[in-house]
Write a protein that binds this ligand. Structure first.
Ligand SMILES: *Cc1c(COP(=O)(O)O)cnc(C)c1O
Length: 355
């Protein structure tokens, strides 16, 4: 019963098989191979645009290098205060941008509201010598609370950012989960709404280790080759990234994997909701489920070997917050989640219900 994260599982077997197949033969190194070229072309086709695409092995690398491409050392990177780029990357965006300042914005369910962005940008006037200069905005889709921005919400944030000459980055570590939930096209969820650069995650949804940075505005990517190499993120055997991405995208495989993960979260939420004492503050919108449960239930689940993280209640409204006898936890499902893990979890939770 592993619901700690969607990267707790290994690679999807089809993608792993493609990796093994690409292991044969010899090809030019550093991304000058036919696998990389084909994967780049597939992403451009997917996004219906001539993009600049770069493959890397980690999401932190993708985010930090993408933000560095948008942000000078004296710049500000705006993001939600609970964003992965803010809290979970060990200062990589600050490091790779050579010292930019992260500015965390509050917001319910991990989302930045347009008015909050507008007010924050007004507090960072361009040209004020004693302050960092507004440079980039990062939004996560799906976000750290498992929530989604609608296309209109993305467009509204992009419009406000662009009016202040601020570029927009999307952290798409769970891009596929968001996309299948929204039922829109990849283009609609990104550049058509105003997003300038995307971290296109794939590792959490089935690759072994492969992420892409996709620049919709190619002029922003002019120095990215150097940033990636200098940052130690240019793989010499680049074909192994290309091969993973091809297998991931081919025949809409990635969408099937994401659908499975999302369905598991929804199923788990529906089952848990019937248990007395369990509160589900947010209907899962992708593959993350947040639950408030009695401490006794949490203890029984953990004693039975269930793995998941306790979560900070900052994103909850006061009325939703856990009481002293309750805990707030995050459960993440993936393409590899099996029904019996969910059923067992629900069974143990039900057995320790106060009812
Ligand atoms: C997992 C995750 C990433 C990428 O993290 P890595 O561990 O560096 O691959 C980025 N953003 C979000 C929101 C994530 O959940």
């Amino acid at each position: 019963m592993d619901f700690a994260s969607d990267n707790a599982s290994g690679a999807d077997p089809k993608i792993l098989a493609a990796l093994v197949a690409a292991n044969g033969g010899s090809f030019p190194a550093y991304g000058a191979d036919p696998y990389t070229a084909r994967a780049e072309k597939m992403l451009c086709d997917l996004f219906e645009r001539d993009c600049s695409v770069f493959f890397l092995a980690t999401g932190t690398g993708a985010n930090a290098l993408a933000l560095a491409a948008l942000t000078p050392p004296w710049g500000a990177i705006f993001c939600h205060e609970d964003a992965h780029v803010m809290d979970d990357e060990c200062g990589a965006p600050e490091f790779f941008s050579a010292g930019a300042k992260m500015v965390g914005l509050p917001g319910y369910k991990g989302k930045i509201a347009p008015d909050v962005l507008r007010e924050t940008l007004a507090a960072y006037p361009r040209g004020l010598i004693k302050q960092v200069q507004p440079a980039s905005l990062s939004v996560s889709q799906a976000n750290e609370c498992g929530a989604l921005y609608s296309i209109d919400e993305i467009a509204a944030l992009c419009e406000i950012a662009h009016a202040a000459d601020v570029k927009v980055h999307m952290d798409g570590a769970r891009f596929a989960n968001a996309l299948v939930s929204m039922g829109c096209t990849p283009a609609q969820m990104t550049w058509k709404a105003g997003v300038d650069v995307l971290s296109f995650g794939a590792t959490k949804n089935g690759t072994l280790a492969c992420e892409a940075v996709v620049f919709f505005d190619k002029t922003l990517a002019e120095d990215f080759d150097y940033r990636r190499k200098r940052g130690g993120h240019l793989l010499s055997k680049g074909r192994l990234l290309g091969a993973q991405m091809i297998a991931y995208l081919e025949d809409a495989h990635w969408l099937g994997l994401a659908r499975r993960a999302n369905e598991s979260a929804r199923k788990m939420a529906d089952m848990l909701a019937t248990i007395e004492g369990v509160r589900i503050p947010w209907t899962p919108e992708a593959n993350e489920l947040f639950v408030i449960m009695p401490g006794r239930m949490d203890a029984a689940l953990k004693a039975a070997g269930a793995r998941y993280y306790d979560w900070g209640a900052r994103g909850l409204r006061d009325a939703e917050k856990p009481t002293a006898d309750e805990v707030f936890v995050r459960l993440v499902t993936s393409f590899a989640t099996r029904d019996f893990e969910i059923e067992r979890f629900v069974e143990i939770a039900g057995a320790s219900s106060p009812a």
